[in-house]
Design a binder for this molecule. Structure first.
Ligand SMILES: O=C(CO)COP(=O)(O)O
Length: 253
């Protein structure tokens, strides 16, 4: 059985005070970590403080991006060594907003994935199609190509501990969710791709999240799909009550 994983992606939201207050609101109220893994991927400037506040308890702390090098002359970037040193445990890699606005490519996603794994961070690897690609019937080809490119030269044992997030770009922040069946079908095709790459046993271990306008009232049907093991959540992760509700529904799956 794969344990569900609910990850909040705060994107470029909140001040430090708001982030602290979110943590104090949710702490001690997160459902049993044996039943659901919870993560908050916060802006870089808050990570140190949130790791301190979390004291190793749920929700864990994640970053939204990282550079693949350990150190160097890369103004404005943050390395996996720096994240690890702070106690950060997860990192989102290849979010569609990074691909769209910050020129991330399948190649850079692959380099970052290798580097995150090499430094003991748990990567959440994002893939997803545009509306145009969906309308042209190219969803599965696009997503499978992104998965293959991201996992190039990643060993089966490393791949087993990763998380894939399927986020159709047209469903992000738009209020339009893929239907549970549509999302489930693509997540199944991602698992088939992982199975081609690594065999069924490893593919069954890799958790696949859905992301794109996930809310407390639609997460239940999404998680009921056999290949959806969690959610990567933007807007609905910003409020403590809504994040708690998502975690609660997932803990009952
Ligand atoms: O991009 C997302 C999470 O990474 C999804 O954002 P929303 O949940 O706000 O649609």
């Amino acid at each position: 059985m794969r344990k569900p994983i609910i990850a909040g992606n705060w994107k470029m939201h909140k001040t430090l005070g708001e982030a602290e207050s979110f943590y104090s609101d949710v702490q001690g109220r997160i459902p049993d970590p044996a039943k659901v893994e919870t993560v908050i991927c916060a802006p870089f400037p808050f990570l140190y403080r949130l790791v301190q506040l979390s004291e190793g308890m749920a929700p864990s702390v994640g970053a939204q991006n990282m550079h693949e090098e350990e150190s160097g002359a890369f103004t404005g970037e943050v390395s996996p060594v720096q994240l690890k040193d702070l106690g950060v445990r997860y990192v989102i890699i290849g979010h569609s907003e990074r691909r769209e606005y910050f020129n991330e490519t399948d190649d850079s996603v692959n380099r970052k994935l290798k580097s995150a794994l090499g430094h003991g961070l748990t990567p959440i690897v994002c893939v997803g199609e545009t509306l145009g690609e969906r309308e042209e019937g190219r969803t599965e080809a696009k997503v499978s190509g992104q998965v293959k490119a991201a996992y190039a030269e990643i060993s089966p044992s490393e791949a087993a501990g990763t998380v894939v997030a399927y986020e159709p770009i047209w469903a992000i922040g738009t209020g339009k969710t893929a239907t549970a069946e549509e999302a489930g079908d693509v997540c199944r095709s991602i698992r088939e791709t992982l199975s081609e790459l690594y065999g069924g046993e490893i593919a069954e271990k890799i958790r696949i999240q859905y992301g794109g306008s996930v809310k407390p009232d639609n997460i239940g049907e999404l998680l009921a799909q056999p290949d959806i093991d969690g959610a990567l959540v933007g807007g609905a992760s910003l409020e403590p009550e809504s994040f708690l509700r998502l975690a609660e529904v997932a803990s009952n799956e």
